[in-house]
Design a protein around this ligand. Structure first.
Ligand code: ADP
Length: 259
């Protein structure tokens, strides 16, 4: 990637193993403020492990991670980083909670007296609006489609106003005909609200014209750079990275959607 000034996340020389198995080797990755980064790689390539290291859910034993310029072990402003895990999909949606209540639970740490303020209510409403779910605010989460539920989990992560939002496989459970709309919503969060987005997917085909940067991970970082550079890679380079044929969609960057 180009030399990045003041990256929001900086990963340097990170290696990781669980027991014997080396899972990540020699990872250097700087994520610029305002980027929409897609991290792609086959199943088992270390994507979730890398996210867990960034989020401090796994301990960095070799190498360094900085968040907003602060060494991770000293970092305290975790509200600045929102995370929607894959497990969001297995949230017990039979539980009778409304969209409003699920999103408000993202402020649980700040609850107490704050809960009664109009700022609290307007923050929750704003987060719901930012993912296009305002008309559903009073519906039970269990009545919504997979894609709508995923938007609600994103709103829950956004309600504390993070600068960075990290999403692990967010389109799992999103109906294929709604995937494009879902990406349009993410693009809006990135462009209009200025949130830096880091999105993990095992499917290179979902790298659409939305992301600004791509990182290809398979134990090593095989490529990282701007999307334009990624699209210049030959299909055979990608196939050797994936270990199988990849047919990969080229997108028209000048294409605009009108809704
Ligand atoms: P991805 O998210 O790309 O599918 P993961 O980071 O989940 O990949 O896994 C990378 C490798 O690490 C896999 O071989 C997986 O089996 C292994 N692994 C993941 N979690 C653990 C764990 N808790 N203990 C041991 N090995 C693990």
């Amino acid at each position: 990637m180009d030399r990045v000034e003041n990256p929001v996340i900086k990963i340097e020389d990170v290696h990781f193993r669980y027991d014997r198995e080396r899972v990540l080797e020699d990872i250097d990755l700087s994520i610029p403020k305002g980027a929409f980064l897609g991290i792609v790689g086959p199943n088992g390539s270390g994507k979730s492990t890398l996210l867990k290291l960034i989020l401090g859910l796994l301990k960095v034993k070799h190498g360094n991670i900085e968040l907003f310029g602060i060494p991770q072990h000293k970092f305290k402003e975790w509200d600045r980083i929102g995370f929607v895990s894959q497990k969001a999909n297995s949230f017990n949606t039979g539980f009778p909670a409304t969209v409003y209540e699920v999103v408000a639970s993202g402020l649980a740490k700040k609850a107490g007296l704050f809960r009664r303020t109009s700022k609290y209510r307007s923050d929750v409403k704003k987060a719901i609006e930012s993912v296009g779910m305002s008309p559903f605010a009073n519906r039970n989460i269990g009545e919504l489609s997979g894609g709508q539920q995923q938007r609600v989990f994103i709103a829950r992560a956004l309600v504390s106003n993070p600068d960075v939002l990290i999403l692990d496989e967010p389109t799992v459970g999103v109906d294929s005909k709604n995937v494009q709309n879902f990406y349009d919503m993410l693009e809006k969060l990135n462009k209009e609200l200025g949130i830096t987005l880091v999105l993990v997917t095992h499917d290179v085909g979902t790298i659409s014209n939305k992301v600004t940067h791509v990182a290809c991970l398979n134990k090593h970082l095989h490529f990282h750079g701007r999307t334009e550079e990624f699209e210049k890679l030959k299909e055979n380079q990608l196939s050797s990275f994936y270990g199988h044929d990849v047919h990969f969609l080229h997108h028209d960057h000048d294409h605009h959607h009108h809704e």
